[in-house]
Design a binder for this molecule. Structure first.
Ligand code: C2E
Ligand code: MG
Ligand code: MG
Ligand code: MG
Length: 287
């Protein structure tokens, strides 16, 4: 945007804007090169059955180390990857890597776990998503029941397309969850139309369940609703024993959060699972 500053004096950007734009350009160029330069890694965060204390699955979370900018948060680069379309190759790489890792844990003799992969709405809208999922499952040899795809309410914009795609993913044998549930301003009617398995209660609700009676009521209501619809429910962002206790008493099925473990590198997770390492936070794995 050109800003006029007196006669014959045009200033394109303020220094702040300039810095922001430079950073964004650096990130975008970096994203383009990141894959071939092997700057991405996938970390895994356990999901626990609150009844048994056992790990049922892990969520794959992308990590990026930019050579100059250091670690960049997904909250910063995922939106940019979506905007530029780079989420397509990057997302496909995450999908492959997560399935390969899950299969390799099984081959190491660890008890089979589900791996959950985040799919952005742009990826979901891409016509070859089904082909990509099926190819990745074939190439890695992971059985489809161990793959869960995390979708957000934003994919619902085109519900006819969404239902069709979800049905095909279900036919392939994968499971589907709605991530950040309750933050998307969408109508609840999709819950009866979409073939989903799990609701993930957004961490913004979990955070305040002990301090805010309204958040507590919302979480309780989401759990009950999920069960009435025969869906599984998992709470994200569990950081304390008190929060876990609240969720257990209300029959939430699973929990995920720093209380159990932060997202960690695959080799650290397998060391923990083999009992060779102590978890960074309590109780991983409990039994
Ligand atoms: P998300 O899918 O809702 O993932 C949960 C986020 O909460 C992760 O942040 C995780 O590290 C963080 N988290 C987990 N437990 C706790 C806790 O107890 N307390 C707090 N405060 N935070 C917790 P992360 O890894 O920074 O990812 C942020 C978002 O970026 C993800 O939210 C997801 O929407 C997106 N993202 C990450 N990896 C991918 C990916 O491979 N593909 C796509 N499309 N999106 C991704
Ligand atoms: Mg997620
Ligand atoms: Mg979430
Ligand atoms: Mg999310």
């Amino acid at each position: 945007r050109v800003k006029e500053q007196g006669k014959n004096n045009f200033q394109f950007y303020t220094p702040d804007m300039n810095e922001a734009v430079t950073k964004k350009m650096k990130l975008e160029i970096g994203l383009r090169k990141g894959l071939e330069r092997r700057e991405f890694k996938v970390h895994y965060q356990p999901q626990m059955d609150v009844g048994t204390g056992k790990i049922t699955g892990v969520e794959a979370l992308l990590r990026w180390h930019h050579p100059e900018l250091g670690n960049v948060s997904p909250a910063e680069f995922i939106p940019l990857a979506e905007e530029t379309g780079l989420i397509i190759p990057i997302g496909e790489w995450v999908l492959y890597e997560a399935c390969r890792q899950a299969k390799s844990w099984q081959d190491e003799g660890l008890p089979p776990m589900r791996v959950a992969v985040n799919i952005s709405s742009r990826q979901f809208q891409q016509s070859n998503l089904l082909e990509a999922v099926s190819r990745v499952l074939h190439d890695t040899g992971l059985e489809p029941q161990y793959l869960e795809l995390e979708l957000t309410e934003s994919i619902i914009q085109d519900s006819k397309y969404a239902i069709g795609t979800m049905q095909k993913l279900k036919e392939m044998g994968t499971s589907l969850s709605i991530d950040d549930f309750g933050t998307g301003y969408s109508s609840l009617s999709y819950l009866k139309l979409f073939p989903i398995d799990t609701l993930k209660i957004d961490q913004s609700f979990t955070r305040n369940i002990l301090a805010d009676a309204k958040d507590a009521a919302l979480v309780q209501t989401i759990i009950n609703m999920a069960h009435n619809l025969e869906l599984k429910v998992i709470a994200e962002g569990v950081e304390t024993q008190e929060q876990l206790h609240f969720l257990t008493q209300r029959h939430c099925n699973e929990a995920q959060g720093y209380y159990f473990s932060r997202p960690i590198a695959p080799e650290d997770l397998s060391a923990i699972l083999r009992g060779r390492l102590t978890a960074p936070t309590p109780l991983l794995p409990q039994s």
